[in-house]
Write a protein of this length. Structure first.
Length: 243
């Protein structure tokens, strides 16, 4: 006859006690887990980098788990961001810029590719961005500087959250009403190549109007135009021969 010490019942009790002791030691801080772990390779869908207090500072993610708009640690739906990439967050847990990229062929075999790197103003959207886009055989790349308004982007996000389920015409009316009291952003500088294969430098005033445009067309012709606030060309080098 087997003794109690060798019985299945004893082994079950013994295993349970060991598990309980290990759990208590782990929760009580008696078991020290390694602080630094080295991997040759790790496969994840999303990686969150946080401060010791849990404050989010960076997210590396695939398209499926890419976050929405995060402001002071609270996430809101993003209206159109569908990409993989990296997001950076400031000391308050608010999005502070990021890198997005993607590319594919549609059902008709037309290729598309995109890349976006941006830096955000405090409590606002991007004020410096680098973009590249391909749609079939048309490509464009640009560097853009933007003046952002003073109000916090939380106010805009609150409106978009509130009207998200409204019909499109009501959404448009609400956004028009919002921008009556909240000035929009204005692009101040554009440097890039356009889909028509021209390259241009555009310098704009505080209202976003082109004032100096230097351009080289696809055929090699070059112009430098000076415009007034209404968009009328007041001077051009070389002079426009049609005038």
């Amino acid at each position: 006859m087997k003794t109690f010490l060798g019985s299945p019942r004893f082994l079950a009790i013994y295993s349970g006690v060991l598990t309980l002791v290990f759990a208590v030691a782990l929760l009580g801080g008696f078991v020290t887990l390694p602080q630094k772990v080295r991997f040759e390779e790790i496969t994840v869908q999303r990686l969150n980098i946080v401060e010791p207090d849990g404050m989010l500072r960076m997210v590396i993610s695939d398209k499926a788990l890419f976050p929405g708009i995060i402001l002071k640690g609270k996430e809101h739906p993003h209206p159109n961001r569908k990409t993989a990439g990296i997001l950076f967050f400031n000391d308050e847990g608010t999005e502070n810029g990021g890198l997005g990229f993607g590319g594919s062929k549609n059902q008709n075999g037309v290729a598309s590719s995109s890349g976006h790197l941006s830096f955000d103003a405090y409590q606002q959207d991007q004020y410096l961005s680098l973009d590249a886009d391909q749609q079939g055989d048309k490509t464009s790349e640009s560097l853009t500087l933007v003046d952002r308004p003073d109000y916090p982007i939380d106010e805009l996000v609150a409106v978009t959250d509130r009207i998200r389920n409204l019909p499109p015409d009501e959404q448009k009316a609400e956004m028009t009403k919002f921008f009556e009291t909240h000035p929009p952003a204005h692009s101040r500088l554009y440097l890039g190549r356009n889909s028509d294969k021209s390259v241009a430098l555009k310098l704009r005033d505080v209202e976003g109007h082109d004032r100096i445009v230097i351009q080289v067309a696809a055929n090699g012709s070059a112009t430098m135009r000076f415009l007034n606030a209404s968009g009328k060309v007041i001077s051009q080098i070389p002079p426009d021969q049609k005038q």
